[in-house]
Design a protein. Structure first.
Length: 620
């Protein structure tokens, strides 16, 4: 047979190829294929020959148990090399396509190229600032539904899962929800317990905060529907508490806002709970304290109820906030000796209990107490009033109030401060609230000017207590470090303003209360409650004081803010007399940089209704 000759076409590869009628090795075929373009018919023919040779080798080896010859081995190796090269080329092509796709995606969605550090900062801004129940449309749950990478990132950050508020909006609403046999109760209980375990499971070893608000949802900061109070949700609460018990070793803060103590009593009576990291405990009455029926357990309990030891052995518990009444708090066994903060401003207690709390809490630094006449039985630790040195207390709020609006105002117990000495106090709030008879600064057996280290005071609030103008000015002369002053007293305000512009006997000469930065006071009304008649104060005297304390830094630190509360009968006088002066003094074009604020209040106004006057130090 004649040997065929192959001549290239117009592809640009000229020359005569060798006789291909004989057997060609795989490497020769591949080498020939590389020497021509892929569009050449010869390239296609060579590849076909190579595939034909490979098929022949495979058929030969499949026909029986035999080893390949050297020539067959070469063909197989060349085929493998060719396939490996093809795979590498495909991988390179895939990488290029992925890079191109990523480029186009970044143009359509720039957030995809943000590093995780920036994404986390964005996610933190999306986290709710309030104690609201988790919802599928709010962070962090909603972030888990965007994409797999976001879900992985969110689930790996413990701080997003360290705070949980229950209950969630109920998913299974039925009119027969209160029926014990209704299956929806089980569904809601399982739903809440499962989410709690999932939520805190993602928090790892991070310290946890749990908030249980069993009040109607309309009283919470949320948009969720309310549920009828007659529904029996005890099984739901029990399931939540049971799931919570699995994470008690990491609980740092517990907050209970309850309609009925029955809802958590099963938890409170548990002895010796393991709460090694609990530092803060909050019990709040979800409704008005006067609505005693909401705390139905206490109203219906007998005299044989045992104490509640759940928090007795919490080694780090140092802060308690209680909003209770009728002595319910006495059943909570607390580690008083290690308490540093006691916010009991909404729990009315007796004078003996107030004194005992100061005695058995040697580490107490901040205390907020409401003292009033109550009917519950309390046995004091000591029958005699004795000397007590409160050397750790630096922040003290004491209010005297009524146990009930229906009862006549009782005489305020003037023995509350007998034989008490405060050596380190820096902030003092003393007030009579709710129409209670005024507590005296100087009583038959106490003189607070001699029992308090006045020179250490930085903040002083006196509201509706019995103190004369002379006594007040004598006190203020000793408070040289005072920066915050709130006054709601029946005194001569003109004399107070004159005092604030007097030069003290010092060198260099400085004003009285030279460090004063914030001033708040209530202009007295017309009634006999304040014991004041006539105009509240002389505007010219007030504005002279303001101007004097706003300019010369060498005489005093300039005032930063003045908050004036004017009782409603004087609102017209305020507009006519104070308005023009305030417009002249207020920034930006005024003579003073002091921030002025005026608030019209009614006769029943209490300083405690305006928290900023109680918490000046929070603005620093």
């Amino acid at each position: 047979m004649a040997k065929p000759n192959y001549v290239t076409g117009s592809s640009g590869n000229s020359g005569h190829f060798a006789d291909l009628s004989g057997e060609l090795s795989g490497s020769q075929v591949l080498q020939a294929a590389r020497s021509i373009t892929t569009s050449s018919p010869i390239s296609t023919l060579l590849i076909s020959l190579s595939q034909h040779q490979l098929s022949s080798v495979v058929e030969c080896l499949d026909s029986g148990p035999t080893l390949p010859s050297k020539k067959q081995t070469g063909i197989l190796k060349d085929a493998i090399s060719s396939n490996e090269q093809a795979i590498m080329n495909l991988r390179t092509l895939i990488r290029g396509l992925k890079a191109e796709t990523k480029h186009y995606r970044s143009l359509l969605s720039p957030i995809r190229i943000l590093p995780n550090e920036l994404l986390l900062e964005v996610f933190r801004l999306l986290m709710p600032n309030e104690d609201v129940p988790p919802h599928a449309h709010s962070a962090p749950l909603v972030l888990c539904h965007v994409c797999a990478s976001w879900r992985t990132l969110v689930l790996s950050i413990p701080e997003f899962w360290s705070r949980l508020t229950f209950p969630m909006p109920f998913k299974y609403f039925e009119d027969e929800f209160s029926n014990d046999e209704h299956p929806n109760v089980d569904k809601e209980a399982d739903r809440h317990a499962s989410l709690l375990r999932f939520w805190f499971g993602n928090a790892g070893s991070r310290l946890l905060t749990f908030v249980l608000c069993t009040r109607e949802k309309s009283e919470m900061l949320s948009e969720y529907d309310t549920f009828p109070m007659e529904w029996d949700l005890s099984y739901v609460w029990d399931s939540i508490i049971e799931a919570l018990s699995e994470h008690l070793d990491c609980i740092q803060n517990l907050v209970f806002s309850l309609d009925s103590i029955w809802e958590v009593r099963s938890f409170l009576i548990l002895p010796d709970l393991a709460l090694p990291r609990l530092t803060s405990l909050v019990f709040r009455n979800a409704r008005n304290a006067q609505a005693h029926t909401q705390w139905d357990y206490w109203a219906e309990s007998d005299d044989h109820e045992e104490a509640w030891p759940a928090f007795r052995n919490a080694p780090r518990l140092c802060s308690t906030t209680l909003e209770c009444y009728d002595g319910m708090h006495l059943y909570l066994q607390l580690p008083y000796t290690q308490l540093i903060e006691m916010d009991w401003g909404n729990t009315m207690i007796k004078v003996d209990e107030f004194r005992d709390n100061l005695d058995i809490c040697p580490a107490l630094r901040k205390g907020i107490f409401l003292i009033g006449g109550l009917e519950y039985d309390y046995i004091p630790l000591s029958d005699n009033i004795h000397l007590q040195l409160c050397s750790s207390v630096v922040d003290l709020t004491v209010e005297f109030g009524n146990s009930s609006l229906d009862n006549p105002p009782p005489a305020s117990d003037s023995h509350a401060f007998d034989e008490l000495t405060f050596l380190a106090i820096q902030r003092l709030v003393l007030a009579s609230v709710g129409g209670t008879a005024l507590f005296p600064w100087v009583g038959e057996s106490h003189d607070l000017s001699k029992q308090i280290s006045l020179h250490l005071l930085h903040s002083l609030t006196l509201a509706r207590i019995h103190i004369s103008t002379d006594e007040l000015l004598a006190v203020l002369k000793l408070t040289s470090n005072l920066t915050d002053l709130s006054i709601g007293l029946a005194i001569d305000h003109d004399r107070l303003f004159d005092f604030l512009t007097d030069v003290a006997l010092s060198y260099p000469p400085r004003f009285q209360l030279a460090n004063l930065r914030r001033l708040a006071f209530v202009a007295p009304g017309l009634g006999t409650v304040d014991g004041f008649f006539g105009v509240p104060f002389t505007p010219s005297t007030f504005f002279y004081m303001v101007e004097s304390r706003s300019v010369p830094p060498e005489i005093c630190i300039p005032l930063e803010s003045v908050h004036l509360f004017v009782r409603r009968p004087w609102s017209g006088w305020m507009d006519a007399s104070l308005g023009p002066f305030l417009s002249q003094l207020s920034p930006p074009g005024g003579k003073s940089k002091i921030r002025f604020q005026t608030t019209v209040v009614d006769d029943a106004f209490e300083f405690r209704d305006h928290s900023s006057t109680y918490e000046f130090h929070d603005e620093e």
